[in-house]
Design a protein around this ligand. Sequence first.
Ligand code: 3VV
Ligand code: FAD
Length: 668
Amino acid sequence: MVAAQKINKDLQEERDKVTFVIEEFAKWFYGGPRQLHEKRFLENYILSDPDLQSDVDPSYLSHKEKYEEAIRRVVVILKRIDKLQAEGHKIDNVHKKVLGSMIVSNVFKEGSPLTTHIGMFGQALASLGTPEQQAEWLDRALRCRIWGTYVQTELGHGTFVRGLEVTSTYDPKTKEFVINSPTTTSYKWWPGGLAHTVNHVVVFAQLYSLGKHHGIQPFIVQVRDFETHKPMKGIIIGEIGTKVGFNTVNNGFLAFDNVRIPLKNMLMRNSQVLENGEFIKSQSPVLNYGVMTEVRVDIVNGMAQHLAKAVTIAMRYSTVRRQSPIDPKLPEPKIIEHVTQQMKIFPAIAKVIAIKVAADKLYNLYDEITAEVKSGNLSRLPDLHALSCCLKVVTTNEVAQSVQICRLACGGHGFLNSSGFHDIYGNVVAAQHYEGENTVLLLQTARYLIKAWSQVLQGKKLTPSVEYLSAYKSGQLGKWKGSPNGILTALQAATAGQIALAYKHLEERKKTSSVEVATSQTGIELAKASELHCQVFLLSSLMWSVNRAAKYFSKALGEVFQDILHIYAYDLALRNLGSMLQFVSFSSADLEQLQMDFEASLKKFKNNSIGVVDGFDIPDSVLGSTLGAYDGDVYERLLSAAKKSPLNQEDVNKSFDLYLKPFIKSNL
Ligand SMILES: CCCCCCCC/C=C\CCCCCCCC(=O)SCCNC(=O)CCNC(=O)[C@H](O)C(C)(C)COP(=O)(O)OP(=O)(O)OC[C@H]1O[C@@H](n2cnc3c(N)ncnc32)[C@H](O)[C@@H]1OP(=O)(O)O
Ligand SMILES: Cc1cc2nc3c(=O)[nH]c(=O)nc-3n(C[C@H](O)[C@H](O)[C@H](O)COP(=O)(O)OP(=O)(O)OC[C@H]3O[C@@H](n4cnc5c(N)ncnc54)[C@H](O)[C@@H]3O)c2cc1C
């Protein structure tokens, strides 16, 4: 990988201790040798374009310049993909594999204006459009010849989709829909790329036909002219301003002043409007929510990758950095020798793997269930919805927290933009807001859990992800054992106990209130239950995967997986003691032992920790960090990045002559 590179001595010393073959781990992490090879090929091919080698650090640019530079880079990459295809390389879905992945995360540190085109517009056409509509728009969209975005949220409503205000009224005389934004709160607000980038949108609006209301439906609208890129007639469009992160995503607003579109522009795979205005209902209104589910699944996978970047930086830096003698007779140690440093970083490494494994399982479930839905069987859609909602929430929350911990683990230097943490953090916390607010999504999962508990009470059989509720009801859970398996059982007991309590309080409240009010009043307990249920899923998926690894991988790698499982399980148990204590009996000796086991697991993993982050296989060109580069040349990189600051391009800044000097003189 880096044969010619001079590696920092301390880093090399730690790498020499690694007991497993890193390449074997990397192949597993990327889903197999072919996938790893393809990822590396694309990274090299795309990122080696000379036009991406510019010395411009976008963090020093103005808001407007940042956007313009982002669009320049988008086009460089699109041309590179065209070149790749012209040279005969056949890679399925190559635009998504490049522009919707970590490969470009250092090119677009604050997000890409094409992310929602890649991640949502195409999906909306594919899952909501008819074959004729796909023939008209999908291929051009996939080849990036038209650019679009997913326009749902309004100033006044994001969560409660049924409350959206934009209307689409069918006019049978002209066979057109008239799209209109009746109020200020009906301005569409937030969609990525909407402001100045896209020329098409899939917009969600309240459909009216022949005087009747037919709920929220999707429509495709051209918002900018192909030649001039000026807004089309009746389109009011712009940007919403700077944000905590995501500043090159070009999030926009949009209002419609009686914009007319032809009948064929309603995406009619599910519901339809006929020429005479007659409305044909879809099998289920939630079919229009499919794109959101797909993105929630993508987010879970994305979170593993963002955290992989953060832990790679923190781990390599902690190996290179030396500070504060532990034994006064010895030199200052690598900071990773401090056990508290291990406590910060190793559980975060374990989380990357747990989240990756959960994302893989969720992808499989998604593929299975969407195939069933396509053939008209919607019976397992609630399983997918419940799992994708809580995983989106818990992984974005956990990764946001862990990225912070990794940043703090790098001391002062972690606060520099050049460390890379700031941009990772901005991208991660954005995902706590978008694609369904986190509390709201937990409450969606809770609806499913309450139904499952009611089935348990009726003695019915449950789907595998909630089967543990039956085991709890029949008294099989609740005894503490300090192994990962015992921790899983204790967490299952805590979750089932929490669901049972929420159910009981819900039933009590239903005696005096409607079911909706009672559910709202029980929200705190319901959200807690969902969060715990998700932790059960994460731990059980990791256990399943680690046990499987024992069969398929070398003994050395199998042992590393076991170490990771132990760290993950102990850390999770320590963080959830409060919830477990309510439903599981512990002695104080049990808790003391748990703490000891956690500390021992950190120690055991230590020699392989650097190997695992190397196995995440993130090249420097993707990592983009002064602290985390493969060679560990931290201090030279920090200095050379600082020298690039525009303020350092001159000895004296003009503010001296303008302000400081006159002030000093006037006080003489
Ligand atoms: C460069 C590096 C890249 C790396 C990659 C990183 C990965 C990232 C990938 C990509 C990045 C993309 C970048 C940004 C994208 C952001 C995009 C957006 O934000 S688009 C807007 C999202 N908006 C929401 O999510 C609204 C949230 N609200 C809702 O979903 C609904 O309105 C909800 C569920 C809260 C309430 O809906 P009700 O009021 O209409 O319906 P009710 O009555 O509650 O539910 C009816 C039934 O339908 C089920 N349901 C609801 N949603 C469902 C669904 N999606 N699937 C199946 N069932 C669903 C419910 O559970 C309920 O079922 P029962 O009655 O309990 O049986
Ligand atoms: C970076 C970013 C990118 C985005 N990209 C897009 C995009 O491309 N396309 C698009 O259409 N949208 C996009 N959005 C919008 C996003 O999906 C919504 O902002 C998000 O779904 C949250 O909805 P909201 O803003 O209405 O929050 P609100 O619902 O107003 O949330 C505010 C508070 O109210 C609480 N609350 C609301 N309802 C309930 C309830 N039922 N029970 C309990 N508590 C409740 C929430 O928990 C929260 O604490 C984006 C947003 C961001 C931040």
